[in-house]
Write a protein that binds this ligand. Structure first.
Ligand code: VG1
Ligand code: CO
Length: 544
């Protein structure tokens, strides 16, 4: 193999955020930008010579170009084999599974997840370690450090690889295996859920399904699993063809962006079940006829009912949620005597808990749920989990949710996002909040007496690593909470996220609209953070 060493200049902005490095495509297209970052990753890793790297992405604009470059850099750096999804496609959870199943050294997943795609939009790259999960902070810190001093990258002199031809090509010094992106993942799903029951429930018409793939990666997965294996009609999947620009939309599964699905689910012709997934297939939105299930509730309901699913029939080792996720799952953990962990935002913090067998299920308020079957959140898995629950319990989504609230009470929840805020103003908001923290405990605001106010810091119970500054939280004596943090996935300015929750034990009050039920807390949040005052905005950009 002929290898060239190309001199390059370091870029100062290659610090991975919540989930990998995300930038505008134009930034990634700068000469040496992608190459430097990939070389910085390889320079930070040890002992991978001759080993296997998994490679794939969500199919967005620049995916194929980036894959061709990465193949050549990986070859030059001594990897022995690359396993690549056909067409350069792999959903994030499928990549995680393939790393685990084939004992790969790690993987590179090309995605900016729920961010829009296209020449003017976003691209991203993240490294996953050998457990199949996102690289923990000690890795991402090392990548960033290396990227700041790197002055060359190594690249093999070779032609482009045919990404569409399944099979192994033995090139000079490296084997390149193109696999079907769906097959291994579909087999895994069949091993976890009761496919016979699901098939019967769908063919009998007991379950009618609408899945919105948002023109993103889950289209082919949904088609194989829901249509080919479970017998759903082909028109039960909408926006099924992955497009480089996701049809010009944000592939973000929430009521705002998956509006086509939302409109149908709240109309008279709604099917029994509706769901959507994001750009890279790790998120999920769950809805039923006339009902939207908050991700926090979804996690709690999954935990309370997991024993009904074949893969979890033996019970759960424990559960975990990210800090801003509502406390609904905590109530399930108390009732069933399960260990319950609170981690910072981002899936990388669940990896150690899953590997150590401390938890089986975990989730985030940002439409992410998953289990120990892979080391990423998993959208299609969550959909199958819910379908299996509906089929087994013979209840509608609304019945399942209302029954859950009756037993555990309802954690009324919402998140307000202020996007593309000037970074200096956003930092000012956080600093202002920090300055308030010591003064708040003991003060009363209407019905709300502050119990504690702090900045969340997490000590990993497995390896003892500490992650500080993970969000400002204000907790009240009545169990309500608000959390403020800045996004680590945006690419324009700063995004302020405000998370609000209030516990409602009274079943006669469970049907309230969250914005109404949380109105006092929403006002209080503004009083504390002054986002409207400081930015001149009148309302959040996105409410979920
Ligand atoms: C957001 C979510 C976080 C999630 C992350 C990656 O991060 O809040 O819960 O893990 O996206 O999800 P942030 O820092 O913007 O709040 V995905 O589907 O983009 O891989
Ligand atoms: Co995603």
């Amino acid at each position: 193999m002929q290898v060239e060493t190309i001199a390059s200049q370091p870029f100062n902005d290659q610090n991975p955020g919540t989930s990998g490095l995300r930038k505008k495509v134009k930034v990634f297209q700068q000469p040496g930008y992608l190459e430097n970052f990939v070389q910085a990753i390889f320079d930070s890793l040890e002992d991978f010579s001759g080993k296997t790297l998994v490679l794939g992405g969500d199919g967005r604009y620049f995916n194929r170009t980036a894959i061709q470059s990465i193949i050549k850099i990986a070859a030059a750096n001594g990897f022995g084999e690359l396993i690549i999804g056909q067409g350069g496609l792999l959903s994030t959870p499928a990549a995680s599974h393939i790393i685990r199943k084939y004992g790969a050294f790690g993987g590179l997943v090309l995605s900016a997840s729920h961010n829009p795609g296209g020449p003017e939009e976003d691209f991203g790259i993240k490294y996953n370690v050998s457990n199949g999960g996102p690289a923990p902070e000690k890795y991402t810190d090392a990548f960033f450090k290396r990227s700041q001093v790197i002055d060359n990258y190594r690249i093999a002199v070779m032609g482009d690889v045919d990404l569409d031809q399944i099979g192994t090509q033995q090139l000079d010094g490296i084997a390149i295996t193109i696999i079907d992106p769906v097959t291994d993942y579909a087999e895994l799903m069949q091993s976890l859920f009761d496919f016979a029951l699901l098939k019967q429930s769908i063919s009998s018409g007991y379950i009618t399904l609408l899945f919105d793939a948002m023109h993103a990666i889950t289209g082919p997965y949904a088609k194989r699993i829901f249509v080919d294996l479970l017998g759903a009609s082909p028109d039960s999947i909408i926006n099924a063809v992955p497009l480089e620009d996701f049809g010009g939309h944000h592939p973000d599964p929430n009521l705002a962006h998956a509006h086509e699905l939302a409109e149908t689910m709240f109309s008279d012709s709604a099917p029994t079940f509706g769901a959507a997934s994001d750009g890279d297939g790790d998120r999920n939105m769950i809805t039923g006829r006339q009902i939207f299930v908050t991700p926090s509730d979804s996690l709690a309901i999954m935990a309370a009912n997991a024993h009904l699913i074949p893969a979890y029939a033996k019970g759960l080792a424990g559960v975990a949620r990210s800090m801003p996720t509502s406390q609904a799952v905590d109530r399930v953990a108390v009732k069933y005597n399960l260990p319950c962990f609170e981690t910072p935002t981002g899936w990388k913090f669940f990896g150690n808990l899953l590997d150590a067998g401390k938890i089986t299920l975990c989730g985030e308020e940002s439409f992410g749920t998953g289990s120990d079957h892979v080391r990423e959140k998993d959208g299609v898995w969550a959909v199958l989990f819910w379908l299996n629950l509906i089929a087994k319990k013979r209840q509608s989504v609304a019945e399942i949710v209302h029954e859950h609230w009756k037993i555990f009470g309802r954690d009324i929840y919402c998140r307000h996002d202020y996007e593309a805020v000037d970074s200096t103003i956003a930092q000012g908001i956080l600093e202002h909040l920090r300055s308030l923290l010591p003064t708040l405990p003991g003060q009363t605001f209407g019905d709300y007496e502050v119990k504690f106010a702090d900045e969340f810091s997490y000590t990993d119970p497995v390896d003892g690593s500490v992650s500080s500054n993970q969000g400002v939280r204000i907790s009240f004596v009545n169990g309500s909470r608000m959390v403020f943090r800045l996004s680590g996935t945006g690419t324009v300015g700063a995004t302020l996220r405000i998370y609000l929750e209030r516990f409602e034990p009274d079943a006669t009050k469970h049907n309230q609209d969250a914005q109404v039920a949380l109105a006092d807390l929403i006002n209080l949040a503004e009083q504390f953070c002054e986002v409207k005052k400081r930015t001149g905005r009148v309302s959040p950009d996105v409410i979920t």
